[in-house]
Every structure is written in structure tokens, then in C-alpha cells.
Design a protein around this ligand. Sequence first.
Ligand code: 26V
Length: 824
Amino acid sequence: MTPDTLARAAADKPTPRLNDADTIATEIVEKLTYSIGKTTTAARLHDWLEATTLVVRDRIIDNWFGTTIHTYQQQQKRVCYLSMEFLIGRLLRDAISNLGLTDPIREALARYDVELDLVELLEPDAALGNGGLGRLAACFMESMATTGVPGFGYGIRYVHGFFRQEIVDGQQVELPETWLKHGNPWEFERRESSYEIGFGGKVTTIEEGGRQRQVWRPAERVLAVAYDTPVVGWHGTHVNTLRLWSAQSLDPILLDAFNAGDHIGALLEANKAEAITRVLYPADSHQAGQELRLRQEYFFSSASLQDIIRRHLAQYPDLSNLSDKVAVQLNDTHPAVSVAELMRLLVDVHGIEWDTAWETTRGVFSYTNHTLLPEALETWPIHLFERLLPRQMQIIYAINAGVLREATQGQTFDDETIRGISLIDEGNGRRVRMGQLAFVGSHAVNGVSALHTDLMKVTVFRDLHKLYPTRIENKTNGVTPRRWLFESNPGLTRLAEEAIGRGFKDDITQLSQLDPFAEDAAFRERFAGVKRQNKQRLATLIEERLAISVNPDAIFDIQVKRIHEYKRQLLNILETVALYEQIRSLPHLDWTPRVKIFAGKAAPSYAQAKEIIHLAGDVARVINSDPGVRDLLKVVFIPNYNVSLAEIIMPAADVSEQISTAGLEASGTGNMKFALNGALTIGTLDGANVEMLEHLGEENIFIFGLKADEVAKLRAEGHSGQGVIERQPLLRSAIDSISAGVFSQDDPNRYAGLMGALRDRDWWMIAADFRAYWDTQRQLDMAWRDRARWDAIAVRNTARMGWFSSDRSIREYAHDIWRAGPNA
Ligand code: 26V
């Protein structure tokens, strides 16, 4: 944009639209007629969805242009959030709610006997992510818009997002997901914003004006085409952009080959190019190491950086002030190759001197680590890297040389420390360590909870932390209260408004004004009434989808998240089996009725996680069909957990299971969503549970089990489960029953491996923590019997969770790391 076009754009600004039901009804019918080509009588529900979306979209676009012009005119610093994943979910309800249009749109549609809630349900989830990391990116995008940070999300427009999960004969089956089937009204293709991305080929050195320059001649090139989606913040005034890249071939068809009769061969190149953005890798814990994954990472990193540089040069004369005007956040190491790519663009393409370029690069980037699990830390074999990205590999060697020079000069580090600092892992067949690359190329490196950040300093980044002792800082995660309270729990939101007014909707920390209402019996009753309704809604969903009837007056005890050994769904299942056996043996005792609810997906190649799903289903079938347990215990595994299902589940929980092996859950964000909606947490001292304990007070959260340092110590001592199991009759009996095939009579040995691992290494400390977990569950039973106490704790949870808003996280990033935003 030139200053001239900018002034024109500002002058051409459309007049604000009216938002009353009449106007909106007229506009919806207009869209139905002229954009969709349907009359109101012929329109199907899907047409109403499209028409409504277009009406909402018009209002967003007005503000979108306004935001863009403002950022440009004020020469504000832009924040670019590079993430391989954005787990967005549905957008319509979020947009309507943030724009404050819920009532008029509901009324406008009702005039045609169309129900807004049913229309919203037809929108497919945008599931461009695996779990916590991708959902955090989506919450952060919304919070950047809300807090007025000029934010640009950069990612990949996968044709197929996260797979759809079905359970067939008790086992997970993965089916392709096709969210773009009916088109996507939220996105705008920007053909003019396309960039060439190279792979392979050779690097040659040329002499130019007495200086040597490296020129990379890639063997392959593909085109990255931008698709933009507006991201609306609270009140809708500030609208940011999510720019997702789609891969296209430069030559859609090789005509020579086609004309020679090779019709398949003529398309091969196009297919190979388009494969890059075809599907999201459905793994979040084991490094797959496939070439296509590295191609995806480089593809979106390079496209985003080229775009960032082009935008910058459209506004400023050169790149000398790049780090004053752009901050780039690397969401985990997936975009870490960006460090080498920006150096290449600055040095090779824009002729900037190495040291200056390095200073700019470190000024621009910052990096967030989201996991300490060794198997999830990204490394790439050098030979693969070199073949695919030869120039970037040279640059990584050069960066490494500089860092190692720094390390060997000043202080005297021993050889082991130097090996830990190096970007090259020499131990496992020579690999590039993406964490080290991201770390050295950034001015700030953060963990996602206080505990996780402390652990980073003594584990993965112990050695780099010695060399750069001020670089690591903490930024505890948060969740957006718009989606996770206002939209998903309108009942609770209304109740809070009646009690404390509307202030909390603009400043969520004001929820703390609810605290005294924990003592108010009438309020508690209304709070419990809202919970009861939300539970009823979930009970209906369970009945409809699974034909299992659950009692909404029982404790809804819920564990929903990715299935992973460290998250210990198995601990929960073992406690369920032990409880079942106790209820059967002692039926006369006054048991507290519970419904155990599970949901989550396993990575397709993660055998143990899939066995855990199978076991949950087997246990559910046996318990649910045992007349002896009556309504005292039910077990439910809800298939295909996704953002939209989470929006129904979070408000309906009494108990939130956050029971990871301490030290392994970086933060958790489900823990925050549940507590914000008034669920009581049973959890280990792990991730953000630690800070939840601080904010909630120890009477309002149920913490149990080994702490991170105790886990580390036990592991170092070679802990095995056998001894503990012998001393715990409840646990032993549960394991014996599962091992004997009580829950898998068609295949009695099905769980021999899973149970054997508990007796052996018990790596995830499930046996070790069982007793503490069982006892704490029984404390929850006791608390449930004192309804005044339970409800008071629930109210205090909602009242004290305001700090865990992603607005707070974003303000901290903006102030401490990006130095950007409305107050920068
Ligand atoms: C790792 C890998 C490894 C290679 C294969 C593909 C792949 C994809 C994703 C990841 C990173 C997963 C890390 C992750 O999701 N961490 C979660 O981040 C949440 C947000 O910070 C946090 O709340 C969770 O505790 C943490 O597990």
C-alpha cells in the first residue's frame, strides 16, 4: 500500500451497517437470493448457514480493513505467529458473539422459522491441529484481536485436517476429514500473494563486486498461495488475519508428457506439489521423521518469511529496522527452520552482511517450547536436511560454528556441555536439533507454565541455559473466555451478569467479584441449576450417540484430551475397575454415583494409546451392562473428540481429570476450561495445575501424587511397579481382572502387554500413584455429599480462574517479548 492508496482506502470506508433484526433479516434474504440463488421457501438449513455467514462476514470485513489501515498508518509493530497448527473449531458463533449480534440474528432467522442454534451446528469444525498446541494458537489469535495486538497467524491450509475418529468393535478407526467439502465462506484466496518455494538442488558460490555470494538453485519449485481468514476479537472492532498457505504446482500439467500419451505422468509433479498441504500429521508425541513433514515445515516457514519481508519493504525503505517492526513467534520447533531461512533471505537475497543479519534474526524471533518429552523433540537426519535444503544446512553449520565459538571463548564449559549446546547431535547418526536452532536464533525462549519453564532450564536446555542464562522466561498459557465461557456456557454467563454486572465480560479478572457468592445459598443453588442443565444436555448427547443413559444427578467425572501414556487415562480406568469391584463386593455401602466420561484421539501409529481406548470401551461395556452396579457407575467413551464437542463437555463437568505423570504435561489448557466452568480438579502437581493451586487455594482443588522431582528420583532408582502392586489389593485385583480377560472374554490376553508394563517398569508411575489417586477420589465422593461445600468450591473455581485468560498470556508476550501492542 502506498500512502495514496491508503488515504483512498480510508476515505472509501463503508458506512457502518445497522444491526437491528429488521436490517439483518433483509440482508440475510438478500444473500439467500443473490449469492446463493434460493428463495426463503426453497432454502435448506445449509443455505441459511451460508447466508447468515455472509451477512456476519460483511460486518467483519468493514472492521478488518479498518484494522489494517490503522496498523499501517501508525507504523505499528506486527506480531507474526508461526504455527503448523491452528485448531479453530467453528467460527460462526464466535463471530456473532464477539460482534454482539446474537439476539438480532436469532430474531431475524426466527421470522423464517429457522433456529440459529441448528444453523450453527451445520458448520464443520476447522480442525487444523492435533491438540493443546493448536488450540492454544487459536485462543491466542482471538486474544490478540481482543487486546488490539496487530497479529498475523501464519500456518498451513490442510485439505484434510485432524482425522475423524470412529470406534468400531471397540477400536479406533481413522477416517479422512473433509472440512472444505462445501467450500469455506470465511477464507479469501489471495492469488496475488504467492511465493515460490524451492527444494533440493545445488548451492554455488559466485563472485560479485569482490564479495562472494552463495546462490541456491533448487531442483524443485512449488507455489505457496495465501488464503486469509479474518479473526474477530471481543466487540469486533479489531480484526486480525490468519494467513494459511496452500501448495500448488507451478506447472499444473506437463503438456509435453500429456501429448506424448503419458497422462498420469503429466500430473505427477502437480500431485507431488499439492501433497505438501494435503493432510495434517496426526501425531503429537512421536517424531515421525518423514520427508513430507520437513517439506511442510519449510514450505510454510519460507512462504511466511517472504511475505513478511515483502510487506515490510512495501512500507519501509530497507530491512535495517525489521526487528523494530516485526516480531515472529515460533510455536514450538515446527517452524524453526525459519531461523536459517531468514538468514538466507537476508544474506543471499538481500545482500546483508552476516553479523547484521544475525542480529536482525535474533531480534525478530522468539520461541515457545511445548513439550519436554524426549521422543517429541524434533531432530532431522543431516543427510535428509542437506538433500532437501542444502543452503539452509550450510547456514545452520555456520550458525553452529558461531555459537560454539562463543561457548568455547568466554567461560570454560566442559565437553559434555558443549555437546549439549551444539545444533548438531553427533550421537544418533548426526541430526539437526530443531530446539537448539530455535533457541539460538531467538532473543526470548519461553515455557508455558512456571513448572515447565523451570524444568526446561535443567533438562532440554540445560546447556544452552548456561550459555544464555537470561533467555528463558515463563509465559503461562491461557484460554479465551469468549469461546470457553460466554459462548459455550451462556447459562453461567447470564448468572454471573446478574450477580456482578457486565464488567467481567470486558475484563475477565472481575469474575473474582463472584467469590463472596460462594457463601450465598440461593446463588449456589442457581449455579448448581445451570450445571444441572449443562449435564442434561451432555446426557442427551450421550443417549443419542451411544444409546447409553446416564444419570445427570451423578458426578460427571471427565477426562478428555489426547490419549497418551503420560496423561494416564490408564490410571483413571484402573480406578474405575477398582471402584466397580468394590461396588460389587460391598453393595450395601452408600456409594456416590459417578459417570466416568472419556474422549480423545490416539495417534494412528501409537499402539499403546489405541489399546487404552480399546480397554476403556471394554470396561464400559461390562460395567454398563452389569445390573449389580445399577446407576452407581457408568463408563462412557465419546468418539471423535473435537473443539465443538469440548464446548458441550467443559460446562457439564463436575470433576476434571488432570492426572499426568508430574513433570510431563507442559501446561494443559483443558484444566483451565473445566475450572472456569466450575468443575473441581483432581490432578497432580504438574503444568499449570501448580498455578491453579496457587490461585484457587488448596481447599478448592484436589491435588495428589508424586511431584516432578520425586518421579525423576524414582525413575533414576529403577522403580518397578511389582512391589507397589503387591501392597495394594485394590490395584492388584483390578490388574488381575484385566489380565485375566474379565473385560475381554473374546481375547483374554488382549491386555497382557499393557498390564505387564505396570508390573515392570511402571514408567508413567501409574502403580506408584494409584493409592493417592484412589484416596483423593474418595475425598471427592465425601465432598459431593456436602452439596453446600461442593457448590461453594465450584463457584470459587469460576471466580478465581480469570487470571488464566489468554488475554493475560497475550499481554505478557506483547509486553515482555514482542514489545508490541496498543501500549508499546
Ligand atoms: C510434536 C510433534 C512431534 C513430531 C510429530 C508431530 C508433532 C506435532 C506436535 C508436537 C508438539 C506437541 C506439543 C504439544 O501439543 N504440547 C502441548 O502444548 C499445550 C499448549 O502449550 C500444553 O498445554 C500441553 O501441556 C502440551 O502437551
